[in-house]
Design a protein around this ligand. Structure first.
Ligand code: GLY
Length: 593
């Protein structure tokens, strides 16, 4: 979701105070700064020293939900209050976001869930990523000359993988939830049926995607009024989506994969020459995987394995960063940013070579996430000089980029924790709504390497490991993560942001562990990103000019660009839950009780 610059500045100007000068980084100095308004009734209790912290997390004693849309957060909180556990609440939020965050929340897309089940003490990764249809093939987006056909993998009926969200939500609920599907779907159905008020942020996003959505009559019928995208303050009613959700509530995921909804998706595909068939939908399967487990300064980091690259590279970078005195070097100091950027570069270069669907390609996960490998990699990092990406591996940058997807975090009093990142890929996916269903279709096929060496919509270059194959899952960057302290969930985190998801989540972990920031401060602090190609160190506003100069002196090409990611954190200790929703999306909300 691209946010209005004005809204971003309002939030970041506060962040600037925190990080712009080395003096302002001092906690003592922070006492002099005015405190921003917070939800007073939920202001964190004494856990965070209010005289030393500038920003304060939301507090809850019994449970907490953090998402990018306040209405969906409320849905999750209500489920917790009614006695549901974190999994019940997460599934309710997942369906609610499909209604109130239509650009990224979805039932026509897919994603990943990482959960900690208190009863068994088990950590689980649930893969409900989209799957390439059986008719998909390696060169399906190339013309006769072998050139990429512009937009085919993004804005056509061929752009969609077989959606996994409905199956994923049902799977998690059946195995770890306590409530029936019909119950957790009730709020989403109501929101779709009665409608909700379009926010400034959603209105802006609809305006930006006018041409994508405006091409399709079923999409226009929902998101347009008098030929124009809905505006802020308009009521967005989704009767067809309510009907689809009701069918799922009654018949379960079967309605989506075999029943009336499946038939409608297959018909939509047939009438537009799309690749997906009824057989593809019937064949969809959720996969339960072993999460990637890392150790960072004594904390256990539980995160998403392939087909997401997120967990592998989060751990790979953390392993490298463990070699540096991050805390002593200070928040966003040139030293720290340099070490982060150099580590990120190496990890993203590996991403392009090794990562893909583990059911199709052999991925050296153990090697990439081992401490020994990190030991070797850091030997190649010069403390004073940025390494040219061209000396690591060649590739081609692409200017177009997007920042979609969404993440939500839930924790309950019993000790269950859930981190979900799911997506349609770009805003509103392909922009295509399946006639009569209200369901937007993803354009996740673009996450495959459409042609080796040619970057995808996020500028990420993929190799043969991520080539298109029938029934394969495209590589992802989504990084839902749970950090454990003394074997109990301590932090639930995750973010949207395309290629930047991994580095965004990384900084939420480093800020909370190394810099001992509370969730609010960890989120608000300006972020940096390097993805090997393009060879640029991307920073948010709020990194001081002095620091940028020091980085340039080391050889970095520093570019200041739009804010990155929208983290949703919940942190827990014996006194309760402390959470925060990234103000980079002002619609986000964390609620506890
Ligand atoms: N579609 C973005 C991702 O999966 O990383």
């Amino acid at each position: 979701m691209r946010l209005k610059p004005k809204l971003i500045l309002t939030n970041l100007s506060l962040a600037l105070m925190l990080v712009i000068s080395p003096i302002a980084q001092s906690k003592a100095q922070s006492k002099l700064l005015p405190k921003p308004a917070t939800n007073a009734s939920q202001l964190a209790a004494n856990r965070y020293d209010s005289s030393n912290d500038i920003f304060h997390p939301v507090y809850g004693k019994n449970g907490m939900v953090a998402s990018e849309q306040g209405l969906a957060t409320q849905v999750g909180l209500d489920i917790l209050k009614q006695g549901g556990n974190a999994i019940d609440a997460a599934v309710a939020v997942g369906f609610a976001l499909a209604v109130v965050l239509p650009n990224a929340g979805n039932i026509g897309g897919g994603g990943f869930m990482v959960l900690h089940d208190d009863k068994t003490g088990k950590d689980v990764a649930i893969d409900f990523r989209e799957i390439a249809p059986a008719k998909a093939s390696r060169d399906m987006y190339l013309d006769n000359q072998g050139n990429v056909i512009d937009g085919k993998s993004l804005f056509t009926h061929d752009a969609s993988g077989v959606p996994g969200t409905v199956a994923g939500m049902e799977y998690a609920l059946k195995k770890w939830g306590t409530m029936p599907l019909s119950k957790v779907l009730e709020p989403a159905i109501k929101l779709a049926d009665k409608g909700f008020i379009v926010s400034d942020v959603l209105a802006q996003t609809l305006k930006e995607e006018k041409s994508t959505l405006g091409k399709w009559s079923a999409s226009k019928a929902i998101f347009f009024k008098n030929g124009e995208p809905l505006k802020s303050g308009d009521l967005l009613v989704q009767k067809d989506l309510a009907k689809s959700l009701r069918l799922i509530a009654k018949q379960g995921a079967k309605a989506f994969y075999q029943g009336e909804i499946a038939t409608k998706i297959a018909k939509e595909m047939q009438s537009h020459g799309g690749t997906m068939t009824l057989e593809d939908l019937k064949a969809y399967k959720v996969v339960e995987r072993q999460p990637i487990i890392g150790d960072y300064r004594g904390y256990k980091v539980v995160t998403m394995p392939p087909p997401s690259s997120g967990g592998v590279h989060l751990i790979e970078i953390l392993n490298m960063l463990e070699h540096y005195p991050i805390k002593e070097d200070g928040v966003n100091s040139a030293k720290n940013i340099h070490h982060m950027a150099e580590s990120m570069k190496l990890a993203y270069a590996d991403r392009s070579e090794y990562l893909g669907d583990p059911d199709f390609v052999k991925i050296p996960v153990t090697g990439l996430t081992s401490k020994a490998y990190a030991n070797e990699l850091v030997k190649t990092i010069d403390d004073n000089k940025a390494r040219l990406s061209s000396n690591i591996k060649p590739g081609k940058p692409q200017p177009y980029e997007s920042d979609q997807t969404t993440h939500f975090s839930v924790m309950d009093k019993a000790g269950n924790a859930v981190a979900v990142t799911y997506t349609l890929n770009l805003n509103f996916g392909s922009g295509i709504v399946v006639e009569g269903t209200g369901i937007l279709l993803n354009n996740e096929m673009d996450d495959f390497s459409v042609k080796p060496g040619v970057p995808n919509a996020f500028g990420l270059v993929g190799g043969a490991a991520n080539a298109i194959e029938a029934k394969k899952r495209p590589l992802s960057s989504m990084t839902p993560t749970i950090v454990m302290k003394n074997n109990k969930p301590w932090l639930v985190t995750g973010s949207p942001g395309g290629a930047r998801i991994i580095t965004t989540v990384l900084q939420s972990v480093v800020n909370t562990i190394d810099h001992e920031m509370n969730p609010a401060e960890a989120i608000i602090t300006p972020r940096v990103h390097h993805q090997w190609l393009p060879d640029e160190l991307r920073v948010e506003e709020g990194i001081s000019p002095d620091t940028i100069k020091l980085l340039q002196d080391k050889g970095h090409k520093v570019v200041t660009k739009a804010p990155m990611g929208r983290i949703q954190i919940i942190q827990a200790d014996d006194s309760g839950f402390y959470g925060y929703s990234d103000p980079r999306n002002p619609d986000g909300k964390t609620l506890g009780f």
